[in-house]
Design a protein around this ligand. Structure first.
Ligand code: PMP
Length: 343
């Protein structure tokens, strides 16, 4: 399939904003820059950041094993998801497919961009319903959002089901891997060569511990990345973010992910012991979904004791569920102590 045919013709006709310094950032030695109306006095951040994030991108491309022209960085993966809506979906005409229960921003972004969405629910095991999806697709469907590991359920979507979508659909398949670093599965970014319609989303907000700096990314076919680059704000990844991300990539993750995985196993085990916990869903992410006797009620009781969980009870297929982020060992013990106090 030719994924470029799915890009809005309007977007392909646009020129990206360019600054006089596109070519010089990072190679500033000896030059005098009077082109960008900056304040000349040194503050450490008085200059605009590199709009192409060259140093960070080259590190990340190596780290992820993808060519640089198949990688775009954004102000969190939420910005990246928004760019996808804007390159593929004609407002008021095109639509996307959502597979609830799943990450809430897909719907919010569809609404903001005036793009219709259809929903095909996950089945009881929280796997995707390929037949249902094939039946719901129309010739105006541009994207299907698959979140794996899925938020809020925590499970991976089976690879053969994702493959069936990639080969069976003439749409883009967005695989959101925000939580992939906690999962016992390879990234779909290894398969970009096989599937021109595959877009993989990742973030430094979770395993890398950098939610506060806002750095997300897409890995995709070069023509998809080129279209996103045409419309992204020129300085969408600020200088401090670029510096912090580089430092983190160079220093490595240490044992944090392993610690979170150990705590996840411990927490899941312990949660199974409470009489009001009806089900602890297996997790490949850094959170655990549990089904309780009364989701909203338990949420408030736990909140009253100073612990904030996420009540997911209103989501389709998630009645009476709470989503618990795996915290530090001390935080998890505190949670378990609070749960012991409940009737
Ligand atoms: N995708 C999923 C599945 C998420 O759960 C989140 C954050 N909750 C995001 C994307 C957005 O992450 P960020 O914007 O911090 O990169």
């Amino acid at each position: 399939m030719k994924v470029e045919k799915l890009i809005r013709p309007w977007i392909n006709s646009l020129q990206a904003y360019s600054s006089a310094r596109d070519e010089f950032v990072g190679e500033a030695g000896g030059m005098v820059f009077l082109d960008a109306n900056e304040n000349p006095f040194e503050t450490g951040v008085n200059r605009y950041p590199d709009p192409r994030q060259r140093s960070l991108k080259s590190l990340l491309a190596k780290n992820k094993g993808v060519p640089e022209d198949q990688l775009i960085l954004g102000n969190g993966s939420d910005e990246i998801l928004d760019l996808l809506f804007r390159i593929f979906c004609e407002p008021g005409q095109d639509n996307v497919l959502l597979l609830p229960p799943t990450y809430g921003m897909y719907k919010v972004l569809a609404d903001i961009n005036r793009v219709d969405y259809q929903e095909v629910a996950l089945n009881k095991k929280f796997q995707i319903d390929v037949e249902g999806i094939l039946g719901a697709i129309s010739d105006r469907t541009k994207m299907v959002f698959v979140c794996s590991p899925n938020n809020p359920t925590g499970n991976l979507i089976r690879p053969e089901l994702i493959e069936a979508l990639l080969t069976g659909l003439n749409t883009v398949v967005v695989v959101d891997e925000a939580y992939i670093d906690f999962a016992a599965a390879p990234s779909w970014s290894n398969r970009l060569k096989e599937f021109p319609n595959l877009v993989v989303i990742q973030t430094l907000s979770k395993a890398y511990g950098l939610a506060g700096i806002r750095l997300g990314m897409a890995m995709a076919h070069p023509l998809v990345i080129e279209a996103m680059n045409r419309i992204k704000p020129p300085y969408n990844v600020n200088q401090l973010t670029q510096q912090r991300a580089i430092a983190r990539l160079e220093s490595g993750l240490g044992t944090e992910v392993e610690q979170i995985l150990e705590e996840r196993a411990y927490l899941a085990d312990q949660l199974n012991e409470f009489p009001f916990v009806e089900e602890v869903f297996p997790s490949e992410a850094n959170f655990i979904l549990i089904r309780v006797d009364d989701g909203p009620g338990r949420y408030r009781e736990i909140l009253d004791k100073g612990i904030v969980l996420r009540d997911r009870s209103k989501q389709l297929g998630c009645e009476n569920t709470l989503r618990i982020t795996v915290g530090t060992a001390a935080e998890n013990k505190l949670l378990l102590n609070v749960l012991k106090q409940l009737q």
